[in-house]
Design a protein around this ligand. Sequence first.
Ligand code: CS2
Length: 482
Amino acid sequence: MSADDQLSRATLPRLAPELRPAVDPAELRTRIVHFGLGAFHRAHQAVYTEHAAARSGEPWGITAVAPRSAGTVRALRSQDCLYSLTERRPDGHRTRVVGSVVGALAMGPDAGAVDALLADPEVTVVTLTVTEKGYHRSPATGGLDTTAGPVAADLAAAPDGPLTTVVGRLATGLAARMRAGAPPVDVVSCDNMADNGAALARVVHDFVRASAWPDRAEILDRMAGAVTFPAAVVDRIVPATGEADRAAAVAALGVQDALAVTGEPYRQWVLEDSFAAPRPPWELDGALFVPDVAPYQLTKLRLLNGSHSALAHLGEVAGLTTIAGTMAADWGERLVRALCAEVSPTLPADGPDPVAYADDLVVRFRNPAMHHLLRQIGSDASLKITERWLPALRELRARGASTPVLELALAAWAHGTRRAAAPPSDPAAEALAACWRSADRPVETVRALLRVLGAGDLADDDALTTAVADRFPALDAGRVDI
Ligand code: CS2
């Protein structure tokens, strides 16, 4: 492949005008640093930022940092950080190039450049999509798990040694910013966790507190006044890009695009209105700024992500592979509606209407143009279901409400933990598989699995563990009985 066949600033003029970015990337500067260079960021925050820059004329550009994948960084740089986004609608699709990413760095090899940007007064916003496991939270305390291998290694190595955790790199960079007396900065978690702003603030502060830096108390003091962590709810279904998606992008663009992404038409971003430093006017592209994101966050986590995980684990039991395929099973839509109805009494009354929300979910999940693999949603389940199912389960059981749908979902998840896949699709895969040593005593197995999740209270709920274990025989036979 020659450079002539590849998407880049040089080949951009060859594209039809409707395929070109909404902004001229040459006019943007790095004012946002983003950690996590995955498809979700490219199809969500990068799009809002591009439109905000285009509509305001302000030069908001993003330098995206890949925590691990140096390959993605190389590929992105070779395309001058341009890539295409294809919106997949039930009745067709629409492709265009996104122009808001202006730099790409690999967190390890480019650590100096990452730190320099974090201390740069021009950079006033940092965003993150590093998935739940990127936060290294202790299930027991919610704080930083300083005993986790990578965290302990980073604490010993910071500030000058090689760091592998985003929390370590971010804390180190922010500390350097505080030492340099640079202006305030907003740090926005865009991961699917309740109270994600506070969760991120906690692990970053914990890292500084546990460091050996002689000035750590002053750093924490300065951070209290100069670094805010607004909470945010992000929403767009973005399946991992497959070969067919890349081929479709080439067909639409007429040039190669190794970083093509696809997404559903729907997108939403709700942010806590507590920014201390300049930020892009994302509201120009429909983002909502609200005093408290909790009603949106809990509704999204428990209804959308909760049903996604339930569809993923039950669909796998039934031998299915995609969300749209699972929605076509005779129980798919029923599962989504039943889960939403079961969980909705736990949602704040001032949030979105749960019945209308469930109606929308059914339409979004059924979108036949989306090839969203159950395997992708089922990965890292020990961290996901802890956010999506367990808090609602606890609340409902404390009120004496019955929880048949969550029990069924939990049984399907438990069923899938029996054998750790290779490569493992969950950081706790081995510990979970080990719980099946007492497979002849299924209730014991369920208890042990819940303990691995840090849910000792639920493990001690005999009615729950028995109800979950009672579901195993039907699931063994590949049957989903709702
Ligand atoms: C999904 C989410 O992979 C998953 O676990 O549930 O990525 C989901 O598609 C997004 O949160 C939708 O906004």
